[in-house]
Design a binder for this molecule. Sequence first.
Ligand code: APR
Length: 235
Amino acid sequence: MHVINPADYRHIVFFTGAGMSAESGIPTYRGKGGTWSAYNWEEYACQEAFDRDPEKVLSFHEMRRRAVLACEPHAGHYTIARVQRGHPHVTVVTQNIDGMHQRAGCTQALELHGSLWRLRCSLHGAVEDLGETYRSVTCSECGQWLRPDIIWFGDMLDPEVTRMSIAAIAECDLFVSIGTSGVVWPAAGYPEIARNNGAYCIEINPEASPLSHLYDEHLRHPAGTALPSLFDTGQ
Ligand code: APR
């Protein structure tokens, strides 16, 4: 595996999915032991389910918060944070809602699919709530239920987060994708944007994905070992 010197690149984008946090003990969504094989998303992760039974949906997400709080970022998360600290232009675009990049020290991460650590009122917007259990699940302004500030199936992505993500990916010269199955759109369309704009594209995933043909290099290793080896920042 060749070692990358971040200084050789003008703008680096790390594009991460659930596989990025697998070694921290956070289950991926698909595949063996995936969240969606244990839980039917139509009952726990869409607006209709929330309208039907908000407490059921909120307790599912609370369970996930507790599970994430019991986990720690791994060497791969810390490598990305280190590269970001040591380089003028590194953008993290993540599909993950676990906040692990920030816990590892990343100062910037575009959260395409929202965050477990925010709730939102459809009238009054997002409320940050970092507690193991929710501080409040009703809006202090209007009293209606606060839903997790997560992009569920059927939801539109945040237009500003999308705009910033695509802008970064379209102009980066190194694109590193880690731990995504590449089956959920519109995020699955992002690697092609990087490729079409001439970035050098690397896929880190123990398994091939439907997008593997888009990459110049494939590291079939777990993120926690591939990233520290690939970016030997010598620290
Ligand atoms: N290191 C790197 N990649 C890994 C590791 C690891 N240790 N373990 C698993 N993977 C890979 C798997 O091979 C798989 O390709 O991570 C990928 C995880 O795929 P998914 O579970 O489909 O997760 P993701 O691609 O992030 O899902 C996209 O779907 O359910 C929605 O909103 C949710 O953001 C999520 C979106």
